[in-house]
Design a protein around this ligand. Sequence first.
Ligand code: ATP
Ligand code: AMO
Length: 477
Amino acid sequence: TGTPRIDLSTAADNEDKEVTFRCWVENARVQSAKLAFVNLRQGLNTVQAVAAATDGVSKQMVKFCGNVSTESTLVVTGLVKRVKEPIKSASIKDFEIHILKLFVEVKAEVPLPLQVEDAERPLPESGLGDEDEKQTESNAKPLVGLNTRLNNRTLDLRAKINHAIFVIKSGVCALFQEFLSQKGFVLIQTPKILGAASEGGANVFEVKYFDRQAYLAQSPQFYKQMLIASRFQKVMEIGPVFRAENSNTARHLTEFTGLDLEMEFQEHYHEVMSVLEDLMLFIFKELNARYKKETELVRSAYHVEDFKLPESGKVPRIPFQEGIKMLREAGEELGDYDDLSTPQEKHLGRLVLEKYNSDFYVLDQFPLAIRPAYTMPSPHNPELSNSYDMFMRGQEILSGAQRIHNAELLAEQMRKHDPPIDPNGPGTKEYVDSFRYGCPPHGGGGFGLERIVQFWLGLPNIRMCSLFPRDPQRVTP
Ligand code: ATP
Ligand code: AMO
């Protein structure tokens, strides 16, 4: 009360004035009976504050200020004073605050289960952080592992590096919508409680739905296509995706965010691929322009190289068979229609980088047998399909395809699928039937948002790109 609350960024405008502001304690120390220092944080700014008997502060108050616990939230009233020597430890270098009043709003308990300065440091190499507290160099402070950080996520997320990751993630969503809205895509919301598994049965979470069986959505696949059959020409969705995959890898979550799109095309499904490529080139360009600081902060902590894009602006579009050939020439053993293992995908990523100087590329014409039942077979080779994946730094970020828009063919492909899908099952029947009353040729794709962020930044683990990640071992916090 009395003095107005200020933002610390205006410190210079308040020289010699009394100000009040809310802040967090970075650390505090008692220098002597008459002098204590408290480093304070507000947003991205840090400032040094002093409690000094020479300012008329009581010795008791000096002691109290010097012992206030790290991470407590305070309301401080003090005088803004110019300093003679710039202060190294604070972002505000030319001014310090002479404390007159210090009110502890919430006192942080001692000890903290995780130091925010530890959360600022890179994760140990192990990535998954199973061996927490891993020692790097004999005399270095041990690095705190991912599990400890995720268990104390509220403290962990206070680290600047984490703010940067989620500012970028928010940016990717905004850019996705910005680009596609401008192209006439309509933002849709589709149900997440479904009567059928949309991507096949194995990896689906079951939910008890009153006296019936229901499932958590594995993708908006059925619904985005049904909207094309409803004469929406172009649709997009940003929404949660649930996968009951018991995959304890660095790039699988059981709940992630899908960036989906679906569109009618005129003559060839490559029209859809062009939209997807232009979309990603726009996102990369704008991330470099608008989120340069955040990107550099994270990449430099992990010694990650810049993300390479072809100078020509043309995204390498490589037929799957050509990818197999490149891998075979590099010594991999692969059948013509085999799926690629994760190491083979990464190997191909390195080969593409060498040949095309690009960390971003598309594989086209996947073998039909390894794609979902709704995928359009290739008109030129029944073993292949009009489907594609996109990769960043050798790892998959998108799957997509031309879809079957003929109900009879769709039902037949479902029955032939391994494992077979009943085209008359609840939820599935309505999906198949929606193609009986007219539907244009269409295609689309789905990105994993956390993977885009992970591979843009070159991070070792996808969990770092989810605020409160879900995996087979983790449903809390
Ligand atoms: P999509 O579902 O489109 O294929 P994805 O990238 O999740 O996307 P998956 O088929 O789930 O692909 O897995 C791709 C590769 O990841 C597999 O070929 C496999 O090598 C690897 N993988 C999946 N689960 C595990 C696991 N638990 N342990 C090790 N590797 C795994
Ligand atoms: P798919 O199953 O390949 O395709 O999923 C699309 C994209 O989602 C991401 N992804 C994941 N991210 C984190 N954790 C997971 N467990 C996980 N699984 C997948 C990947 C993947 O490329 N309906 C189709 C898309 C379409 O054809 O439109 C689908 O769901 O980045």
